[in-house]
Design a protein around this ligand. Structure first.
Ligand SMILES: *Cc1c(COP(=O)(O)O)cnc(C)c1O
Length: 380
């Protein structure tokens, strides 16, 4: 139905060959050779102490909540403009979510509002690097240090992005990547947990392996494995890891292609921003992004709805997302908004995501750009 989809999942050049190899290896459960290749690549690329491949970013966030020993009554600070998993991981442990407003330029949590939201119950801050563009991490880490809080980066969209040359996911205590099919690299469903403090590695391995010390057993460090603590099954199949590896080995190429598309949209739509018809993404000078997303912000929700329809008539799928969590039924049950919602609702209603995926062509981008220009300049 659509000529240009919003997203096409990335496929690495060697995907089929590696899937066949995983099957031939006679090892399709977790933690085989492809999982090792992926996690070592991630450790080398991010220079973090440990990276554990997981079944989703949602699960990496859940593991973080377990590692931080979040318990009923604790409070966790995060933006309301995020995916449900950012909050769910902590409400599952009984925490109360304290939502803080976002900055209108990056759509990230406003670091200047965080400290006032801290109470004696606060245990953690969860910055979300929206669109692969970093939050103001120096400020967030200082607040965390002063108040003895954990920092868990929801870097679901942030792989290969950086802040002051530090890879996203490695700046807080824990970092969580997503390899869902809508993200820059995909394993269908999957993710990774980055652990920066070596003291948490053993515990994280136990949580991921159903509460057992099987990871150490597999490394020959034990002669049997047993139930040690709480845990679940957070390790992905080798089939998923093989599919991911085919993209990680061409990670630079995939990222460069996405950045090229981002920049082409930006150049094409810049004139509209100059005349005040749209707002375009802002990349603070401390940040390198990864071309995860290209969005525009329109005047209001009505303008957005009409543009979505217009693009749809031209067989192009554009989407918006994140109904702010604090206005959702679960958000009201499990959370509260600290301070004023000055930007979260207003900015989220203006935002429209345009197609962006590995392999999107210049011609498609040029067509989308020209349709948007036509739509906005022929206002009725
Ligand atoms: C995609 C996404 C998630 C969830 O990732 P899964 O791998 O699907 O669990 C969490 N947070 C943010 C900000 C996301 O964009």
């Amino acid at each position: 139905m659509y000529k240009t989809n919003f997203n096409n999942p990335p496929v690495g050049r060697n995907a089929i060959a590696y899937l066949a190899e995983a099957i031939k290896n006679n090892h399709i459960s977790g933690d085989g050779s492809f999982t090792r290749l992926c996690s070592e690549w991630l450790e080398n690329f991010t220079k973090t102490n440990k990276c554990l491949l997981t079944t989703s970013c949602t699960h990496a966030l859940e593991m973080s909540a377990l590692l931080c020993k979040i318990k009923p009554g604790d409070e966790v600070i995060m933006p309301s403009y995020t995916f449900v998993s950012t909050a769910n991981a902590f409400t599952l442990r009984g925490a109360k979510i304290v939502f803080v407003d976002i900055r209108p330029d990056t759509m990230n949590i406003d670091e200047k509002l965080i400290e006032a939201a801290v109470t004696s119950q606060t245990k953690a801050i969860v910055p979300v690097h929206y669109a692969g563009i970093s939050c103001e991490m120096d400020t967030i880490n200082e607040i965390a240090k002063r108040n003895k809080l954990f920092v868990i980066e929801d870097a679901a969209q942030g792989i290969m992005g950086s802040y002051k040359d530090k890879p996203l996911g490695t700046i807080g205590d824990f970092g969580c990547f997503s390899f869902h099919e809508t993200k820059n690299f995909s394993m269908g469903e999957g993710g990774a947990l980055l652990i920066n403090d070596i003291n948490f590695i053993n515990e994280a391995e136990i949580i991921r392996e159903k509460g057992t010390d099987r990871s150490r057993f597999f490394r020959g460090q034990l002669d049997k494995y047993t139930w040690q603590d709480h845990g679940s099954s957070y390790l992905p199949s080798e089939l998923n890891a093989a599919y991911l590896w085919a993209q990680l080995e061409m990670a630079e190429e995939i990222t460069a292609d996405r950045l090229k598309s981002f920049n082409r949209y930006y150049q094409g739509l810049k004139a509209l921003q100059d005349t005040g018809l749209v707002s375009l993404p802002v990349i603070p000078k401390e940040c390198k992004h990864n071309g995860h997303m290209f969005y525009i912000k329109l005047k209001d929700i009505n303008a957005r709805t009409r543009l979505i329809d217009y693009l749809k008539q031209n067989k192009i799928l554009s989407v918006f997302h994140y109904v702010p969590l604090h206005s959702s039924p679960a958000g009201q049950k499990f959370g509260r908004f600290y301070g004023e919602d000055k930007y979260t609702t207003k900015e989220s209603e203006r935002l429209l995501r345009l197609p962006l995926y590995y392999g999107l062509t210049d011609e498609e981008i040029d067509l989308i750009v020209s349709l948007i220009i036509k739509f906005l300049e022929n206002k009725d």
